[in-house]
Design a protein around this ligand. Structure first.
Ligand SMILES: C[S@@+](CC[C@H](N)C(=O)[O-])C[C@H]1O[C@@H](n2cnc3c(N)ncnc32)[C@H](O)[C@@H]1O
Length: 261
């Protein structure tokens, strides 16, 4: 069973760019089993055979593995803090601002950051890079059209101000959209930009093992400006990771860190 599972992971890793070895095994096996159930397959080796015979299944599997559930203004208090404290402080300068939403899913998070920046008056000199490894999710993000499901934590006045109703859906307004650049980038690689004032990476690290979390924190450290901020998810704890010393905590409740230098 163990061996069959690991052979399957090896196969997935060889045939795709998904680094199975860095992800925690329990969530991985749970997600693989979702696909196996859908195909009425019981054993990992049967599923591997299926992947070999049906290469198009790899894309469906990768979509299942990346778990791209997200919402606009997920953990609203975090966005309140970013708007009222971090962006407010940045509004006192005239410099160009660079923000990175790392693991952006369908764009809910980078668009929420852009809206918060608009509310703080800093959006017109900000570029928000939004990256993910899920091509399909990036396509949805670029389209910018969402079901009401995505707005369960969004205050009504934000929905009315920054979105346009289109049948039963909502489209992000172009003044927000044009400040966000979506691109494919793996968190384990150096992104095609740097000098970030703020990096937000939430609900991604939780799926990764400690060596992978360390590597990604180091990458974030290198991409941040000397006084840049890092925001991680409310559910994520950086315990036992040496790279955490590279950052000082500035808001414990909202999991906001500042680069030490
Ligand atoms: C659960 S969603 C989180 C979305 C958003 N950050 C939030 O908190 O609502 C996790 C996202 O991370 C992406 N992801 C997972 N591993 C990644 C990697 N190695 N590099 C870039 N993105 C990754 C997934 O594709 C998915 O879209």
């Amino acid at each position: 069973m163990e061996n069959k599972f690991h052979s399957l992971l090896d196969y997935i890793q060889r045939k795709s760019s998904f680094h199975c070895q860095y992800y925690k095994e329990k969530p991985l096996s749970r997600r693989i089993r979702v696909r196996m159930r859908a195909l009425h397959l019981d054993e990992y080796d049967q599923y591997m055979r299926y992947l070999i015979d049906n290469p198009e299944e790899m894309e469906v599997l990768l979509e299942t593995l990346t778990i791209n559930l997200s919402y606009f203004f997920r953990n609203l208090e975090t966005f309140d803090y970013i708007r009222d404290t971090l962006f407010k402080a940045m509004s006192g300068t005239h410099k160009r601002l660079v923000v990175w939403s790392a693991g952006c899913a369908h764009g809910e998070e980078p668009y929420s950051l852009a809206i918060s920046a608009a509310q703080s008056g800093v959006l017109d000199r900000m570029i928000i890079y939004a990256t993910d490894i899920d091509h399909k999710a990036l396509g949805v993000a670029q389209e910018g059209l969402y079901d009401t499901f995505a707005f369960q934590y969004t205050p009504r006045h934000i929905l009315d101000t920054y979105f346009k109703k289109q049948d039963s859906k909502y489209r992000i307004m172009s003044v927000i959209k044009e400040r966000v650049r979506f691109c494919y980038a793996d968190l384990f690689d150096k992104p095609p930009f740097g000098g970030c004032d703020l990096i937000m990476c939430r609900n991604v690290l939780i799926y990764l093992d400690r060596p992978a979390q360390s590597a990604i924190l180091k990458n974030f450290y290198e991409q941040l400006q000397p006084d840049g901020y890092l925001v991680i998810g409310k559910v994520e704890l950086l315990i036992g990771i040496p790279e955490v010393k590279l950052f000082e905590i500035v808001n414990r409740a909202e999991h906001v860190y500042k680069k030490r230098f």
